[in-house]
Ligand binder design. Structure first.
Ligand code: SF4
Length: 449
């Protein structure tokens, strides 16, 4: 490509699914002749890829957009802003009047048309090349998230995702495997499969949509992805499983497929059967405890991450105490804790018995304290072990530069990191490391080889 048509600043908020969407837009725009800007002052246009999972995430998305608009207006150059993702998907029709600072809005399911939008805002007139939609996704760094589905059919009563992202739809296995192969060829060392509900991948395919021998469920997809990466020493991790998705075939596949990490992420939200029912989820404390016991017995050494929500409408003190006792009994390695957020438009927002804000925050603090003590202990338990660590990058510290990586039991961006004593290594190297100390969720690692 000759002279770039312009430079684009990318700002991504929210979860890994949004990172994937930003990567896709960046790849499309790069192929269409735009370069990346890393500073608002150098950008001809900015893309803010937003999150609207919670009211607080929506506020952060809007604040970030307004800060950027103000920063740029006071600076030397002016730079139009395009808002993408979940906020436009959730509030689309109202936004142009409320946010005149934004030049264009692109809903999550319209992002493949980003080149035409940016061309339009910058006044670039041309036919968009036919090859653009086939552009391969590239990522910086050693880890790549790969979306295997979008949307959700569960309609949990507290969650707006099904309304923002639409009904569950699985991505076909050919396109997943092809993206995985491309990413691995580009140097990626860990593939993280994500979606709102990964465990039911494939269940929405009609028979005629699936070629003979192609994967039909998540277990089969994991085996196919593992086969695709096998010659390259690449890790495969799957996140966002729901308890009901844990079939025998999936558990056996995680245990028996060396590339697939023995790491399970199951957001339970609660353990009390009455609260789970009010959340429009299913199960009971007994069923969940049986599931996690079964997982630990069948996959020795498995690492388990979960999510707990406290202060859901009508949650009593006894039910909250039961959740605390449940977390302690299962002994999750990592737990994210949320205070229930009353999301406009959700069923739970209309329920009687909303829990007082102060009580919610007190319960969240107690649950977070427990999550930390379990997580810190689980991290410290690795001290003295040897394991492979993927090098993720270099961080500047007061004492100079330090190499940072993550071990198989640490999901990237979520579970802490390993601080390495080596100075000579590159992003993507896989090193054998002995863990010599820990602090909070972090480990200190001595590079053995
Ligand atoms: S499973 Fe429930 S919480 Fe998760 S995205 Fe779907 S509706 Fe939301």
């Amino acid at each position: 490509m000759d002279t770039p048509l312009g430079s684009v600043l990318y700002i991504t908020l929210g979860c890994a699914k949004n990172e994937v969407d930003t990567d896709r837009m960046r790849s499309l725009l790069t192929a269409a002749g735009y370069e990346e800007a890393f500073d608002p002052q150098d950008a001809d246009i900015a893309i803010v890829n937003t999150c609207s999972f919670l009211a607080s995430a929506t506020s952060e998305s809007i604040e970030t957009t307004l800060e950027l608009a103000n920063e740029v207006q006071d600076g030397v150059r002016s730079c139009p802003i395009v808002m993408c993702g979940c906020v436009p998907s959730r509030y689309g029709d109202d936004l142009p009047d409320e946010l005149p600072e934004v030049a264009a809005f692109v809903k999550a399911d319209e992002e493949d048309g980003i080149v035409a939008v940016i061309d339009g805002v910058l006044g670039v007139e041309r036919e968009i090349a036919a090859y653009i939609p086939q552009v391969k996704r590239t990522v910086e760094g050693a880890v790549a998230y790969v979306k295997i589905s979008d949307g959700c059919n569960r309609f949990c009563s507290f969650c707006m995702i099904p309304y923002i992202r639409g009904r569950y739809h699985s991505r076909n296995s050919e396109s997943i495997i092809s993206e995985v192969r491309d990413l691995v060829a580009g140097g990626v060392r860990e593939i993280v499969l994500i979606g709102q509900d990964t465990g039911i991948w494939g269940t929405d395919f009609a028979d005629e949509d699936v070629a003979d021998g192609s994967p039909r469920n998540l277990a089969q997809l994991l085996r196919a992805v593992a086969e695709a990466v096998r010659p390259h020493n690449v890790w495969v991790r799957v996140l966002y499983l729901q308890p009901e998705g844990m079939t025998d075939e999936l558990i056996d596949t995680i245990r028996d497929t060396p590339e697939v990490l023995p790491y399970i992420d199951i957001p339970v939200q609660h353990c009390d059967a009455r609260i789970l029912k009010a959340m429009r989820r299913s199960g009971s404390r007994q069923e969940l405890e049986d599931l996690f016991r079964d997982l630990r017995e069948r996959i020795p050494g498995i690492v388990i991450r979960s999510t707990a929500m406290v202060g859901f409408p009508t949650e009593t003190d006894d039910e909250f105490r039961d959740l605390i006792d449940f977390m302690d009994t299962v002994g999750f390695d990592y737990t994210s804790v949320f205070a229930y957020s009353r999301e406009e438009g959700s069923l739970a927002a209309k329920m009687e018995g909303q829990v007082d804000e102060e009580v919610k925050l007190e319960r969240a603090q107690e649950a977070m304290d427990l999550a930390e003590s379990l997580g810190f202990a689980a991290t410290a338990a690795h001290v003295g072990e040897r394991a492979q660590v993927i090098v993720d990058g270099i961080e500047e510290t007061e004492d100079g530069a330090e190499l940072i990586g993550h071990a198989w039991f640490q999901a990237p961006d979520s579970d802490g990191a390993v601080h390495l004593d080596a100075s000579e290594a590159s992003v993507g190297d896989i090193l054998t490391v002995e863990f010599t100390d820990s602090f909070c969720y972090e480990l200190i690692g001595h590079v053995v080889e």
